[in-house]
Ligand binder design. Structure first.
Ligand code: EPZ
Length: 417
């Protein structure tokens, strides 16, 4: 089992290239099976979640190869409509194959998805939405046998919560359904827009992505396309947290600043200078940041839940008090126990966490329990005195591509053993 060894207090300096967005490429790869030919996806990060998705594509009879940041997927050979539990459990976005298999073949059998244990992560909103498109679902002891007896048809889908995954599942399924589908209370995340852009380049007719109402006009057939995945806004936020945690000064390239509005204003509140130049962000941080007053996670364009953990890792050594309110997931403070071992002062009460910034943190033996929690512990360890040993690196590898190499190039003393 590999671990990371981090010796803190090295100020990060230099330039880093932001990876392609995990939460964009995963639904796009599921959507690629709608086209019964080849798609070429550029700026694809090399992540364990991407490799798990490649395994699902291959199980379904598709060809999928990732090399040098480009993923070529040929789904002409698709010959299955079920996904075994062993593959479903590998990641959350396996559930997006539900809408994709229904659109391509008219049926799908699969169980609950996996994903970080940051809450129960039900799929009720997905299932209810797909039923509005004519899908009939039989729950056979946790395996959902889904068919479209009268074929898929457009419908009005009103999401009870702007669920990112449910919005993606409906967009994908509706793309080949007969007629018009209108999704209200849709998720507005940039990854939704990226998926719509990919589908439209395949011949879909989707309007309004990024707004609360998305309109999909079903078409007969889709063809493969080339697509470049947007930069990962959460990876960008994580690198900025690492820099600010060390009083560093970095320049991020290949980033879309407008995707980071809520995050950039937090760094400015904490005393960092943030400069935007085209597709670059320059961040220059004080040796010890001020604590952000309140971090309230919300659906986009509010503060992203995925950035809560890295920001907490940075705020642990700040000046002042931060109130965290985690409104999206029920159990997203798994990184607090590790931060406490490093000397942080945090009290968790349900969805609220109150953090008192301390003057210094010390290294410790800690374990990551989820993807962004791993990022939080690394962020804090980079600003801590002494050595930190981090277990649970497999969680980090789900969503960050060569993260320690990036940090090393910025001057961090971090090794994988
Ligand atoms: C996506 O998860 C992302 N994952 C998450 O990123 C991200 O945190 C989340 O969106 C919110 O932005 C991927 O895109 C692969 P949701 P998703 O459906 O689609 C509840 C990361 O670290 N809900 O918007 O699963 C759900 O339990 C990951 O990169 C239902 O109750 O998120 C949660 O409380 C973590 N029923 C809330 O809605 C449903 O049917 C938001 O979930 C679906 C969701």
């Amino acid at each position: 089992m590999s671990r990371l060894i981090i010796n803190g207090k090295k100020r990060l300096r230099g330039e880093a290239e932001v990876q392609g967005a995990k939460n964009s490429v995963l639904p796009i790869l599921a959507a690629s099976i709608l086209c019964s030919d080849t798609s070429v996806i550029h700026n694809c990060p090399d992540l364990s979640d991407v490799r798990a998705t490649i395994n699902i594509l291959r199980f379904l009879g598709c060809k999928a190869e990732l090399s040098g940041g480009t993923l070529v997927c040929d789904s002409s050979g698709l010959n299955a409509t079920h996904i075994p539990d062993s593959l479903m459990r590998e990641l959350r976005s396996s559930i997006i194959f539900l809408g994709a298999l229904l659109a391509r073949t008219g049926s799908a059998s699969l169980g609950f998805p996996g994903g970080c244990e940051i809450g129960p992560r039900p799929i009720d909103i997905h299932l209810k939405a797909l039923e509005a498109l004519g899908v009939s679902i039989k729950d056979e002891h946790g395996i959902f046998r889904c068919t479209a007896p009268e074929g898929l048809h457009g419908g009005r889908v009103s999401l009870s919560f702007p669920s990112v995954g449910a919005t993606e599942n409906v967009m994908i399924c509706a793309a080949l359904a007969e007629g018009i589908t209108v999704i209200t209370n849709a998720a507005r995340e940039p990854e939704i827009c990226d998926l719509a852009d990919y589908l439209n380049s395949c011949g879909a007719v989707i309007g309004g992505a990024g707004e609360g109402t998305i309109v999909i006009e079903g078409v007969q057939k889709l063809h493969g396309a080339q697509h470049t995945v947007i930069p990962d806004r959460i990876a960008a936020a994580t690198l900025m947290s690492c820099a600010a945690s060390t009083g560093g000064s970095i320049m991020l390239k290949n980033v879309i600043p407008s995707h980071l509005g809520a995050v950039l204003s937090v760094f400015e509140e904490c005393g960092s200078d943030v400069l935007i130049r085209g597709g670059c962000i320059m961040l220059d941080s004080p040796l010890r940041s001020c604590a952000p007053k309140i971090i309230r996670t919300m659906p986009y364009p509010g503060f992203p839940t995925d950035a809560q953990a890295p920001i907490m890792g940075m705020a642990a050594r700040s000046r002042g008090t931060t109130l965290f309110v985690e409104n999206i997931f029920e159990n997203r403070y798994l990184h607090v126990s590790g931060l406490l071992r490093m000397g942080a002062n945090i009290k968790v009460e349900g969805k609220v966490a109150v953090l008192q910034g301390v003057e210094s943190l010390h290294g410790a033996e800690v374990n990551a329990l989820d993807l962004r929690g791993a990022a939080a512990l690394i962020t804090a360890a980079l600003g801590a005195e002494g050595k930190t040993t981090l277990g649970g690196v497999k969680y980090l590898d789900r969503g960050y591509d060569c993260f320690e190499a990036q940090l090393q190039s910025l001057g961090a003393d971090i090794q994988r053993v």
